[in-house]
Design a protein around this ligand. Sequence first.
Ligand SMILES: [Zn+2]
Length: 502
Amino acid sequence: MNLLTDAWIPVQHQGSYQKISLQQLLCGEQSGELCLPRDDMELACLQLLCAMTQVLFIPRDKKALGQYIREPITPEAYADACRGKMDWFDLDHPETPFMQTRGLTGKFNPINKIMAGINDGTNKTFLNDESISTVLCQPCASIFLFNHSSNCPSWCGGVKAGIRGATPATTLLLTDTLRKTIWVNVLTSEYIDKYGYHDNDNFCWIDAVPQVGVINKIKKGKDVNLITLGLKRGLFWQPAHIELILEPIEKCSCCGSVAEKGYKNFIFEKFSYEYQGNWKHPYSPRVFEINKGEKEFRFISYRDKTPLWTQLPQIIFDNNDEKGGSEVAPVIEQLQSLYVSGKLSLIVGGYECSKATIVKRHHDSLFLSNNWIENRSRYLSVISIGLNYKNALRMAIYCFICNSIISPSKNNKEKINRICSEIDAIYYSETEGVIMDSLALLSSGIENENLSSDLKAIVLRIFDQQTKPYSHEPKMLKALALARRSLYKSLKELEPQGEAHE
Ligand SMILES: [Zn+2]
């Protein structure tokens, strides 16, 4: 199956489901919304479509990109863009199969090992639906292969995660149609140059001359300097060495399509190497610290059970100060130059991990108003108010525990941190609606003047609920009084100053 010519993109249009080709989509012959059994697969499919379109077409400038967004391309333009590139995206190419390595030796592994969150030995009802995971058709396999290499933790030692780390957050822009959504996530030549993406190297699986100890152009035991990666290799980085075993099948257990050929097994070889540096991925925001004058980057990921809004400033605004800051994903930066006061609609998705196991998947949509850039300080203010109330609650609970336990030993410290994190999680879950509503109201130009009082009421309620079981124990009364005093003091400090609003 060739991703350039075959119909592999699963869409739903006016109630009917079908698979369409990239040409049909970009030429406007077919349309529809992506339709896969899981939202993470839909995001991976969109990411794959954007990355493919990016390496096929590099719009000269924003005028050329605007044309692509407005009008479907002609079949001739599509054929021109694909010329000489048919070997890049052929899933069963005899020498250069898409995102695979030919000639690997090793035992067969069930195909569900490359399906995020399945077959990692952990029971997760939301992900672990065995029924979708035994036989894959080629379209589903290509999406899982890409998702595994780009967005997932490694499944064992000797197999690396992707270049953005184990569980990066991916941010892609959204529009009202799939075709336009793909194009708004394509960088123009101006931005390609600005970010220093070069075209001097090819995909991992293309031009990989066989040599002892070298697979996919990586030398065993030698570091890969990510800064040197070009656009093609970076967007389609394959950290593992995988060969899918094509065999006769009847039906795909993921999408339900009838297919003659597909995959039940794959082979992989362990291969050790390390990453150096950081590659500015077009679809990911990064944060950095400045250490000895150098910026040390890491990608934003879903961590510590924190909701998306806590990282919103890093996802939509660049920040820079003496100690560090953050950079939005290049596709979002480019959008700011395309439409000075356009709306911002985003999908943000990724996995949450515990050690190397996926424990949760996230998929959020964000809609910001026309004036989101001018309203930066208002958006940031909602976030910081939300975080400040969380800190006030955490501090009070911390104070309560510290004053009520006898020895502040190391074990107790860990216990205190664990309890405080649980309180944070309760706060996040109880306040998410209020905060997301406030952000949505800002998008309509309305400031939620009750935000502080709403959060204060929630904080007091959580504090009472959590400390109530101890309120009748004489030993605890002093600790409780001290904690309550600390909470009231913090809440007083957080009250709006009563100044006139802007
Ligand atoms: Zn399928």
